[in-house]
Design a protein around this ligand. Sequence first.
Ligand SMILES: [Zn+2]
Ligand SMILES: [Zn+2]
Ligand SMILES: [Zn+2]
Length: 319
Amino acid sequence: MKKGKFAGEEEAGTRYWISAPYFCDFCFMFYDIIVVYINGGVKMKIKLLGTAAFEGIPALFCRCDICQESRKLGGKNIRMRSSALVDNKIGLDFTNDTLAHIHNYNLDFSVLEHLFIGHSHSDHFNYYDLEAKLKWYTNEGNPVLNVYGNKVSIEMLSSYLEKFGDISPYMKLHVLEPFTQTKVEDYTVTALPATHITDFPEEKALVYVIERNGKRIFYGLDSGWYYDETWEYLKTIHLDCMVLDCTNGFAEGGTSNHMSFKENVNVVKKLTEAGSLNASSKIVSTHFSHNGKVVYDRHCEEFAGQGIIMSYDGIEIEV
Ligand SMILES: [Zn+2]
Ligand SMILES: [Zn+2]
Ligand SMILES: [Zn+2]
């Protein structure tokens, strides 16, 4: 048990004590008593900036029923390409819509220091826009941006930036292998292998577990049914929030690249049986495609019926 001095950033689940003078009405005496606090812990928040697959909803060049209905309904039915932000400190993916997200949510990425990339697809890694971090497009004195990703993604970025010379005052690049753990202040980010095919056979797509003070958020976009090694890892930890790929929505069957609603339900079932999820875990489906035939206003109740939050752009989940 630690002696307390409470700054609002105490360790989760830790008991603290302080000594304080106490006047007893019966004895008419002062005592020094110990006050024990059981701290509820520091919260961690993930904000989903966008919640669509590559093509967006409505899709760029589409007039299908889902796109038409979404256009008409507006609001939560309109989805931009997926990316997320944890506590305004850790960026997850850097999409074609990142600038629009910065404008829509009034974000300041000049102070962002850590960006984790899932894989090289453009809806997750629009590396061209990272040129804007270099000196011609920014101002001096901002912190260096650390970009983490698999070998293929980082090599793509580094060869694109080569022509600009020394980027070290602006960006630092880090190659992650599956199961690498990265410390970011008091966060630990674990990269896990995702079942996802890209243009590069050697590429190992990644999904992430972000941990802080015993709380964990899984961010698992662009993954089909997980590899055995990913399941094994997930079964060893408790997850307070799971953000799941639901690209295929209500389309029949999943694919090796993406999950459907049915598969999201099965992930929850399997990890609940394993004890990794419990009633307080928050499950969120995201990365929707119009081909998955989902419309927020029409289907959020159906997701809720299975204990799953159907995401929308800008949703914030706190654990
Ligand atoms: Zn994607
Ligand atoms: Zn469409
Ligand atoms: Zn992808």
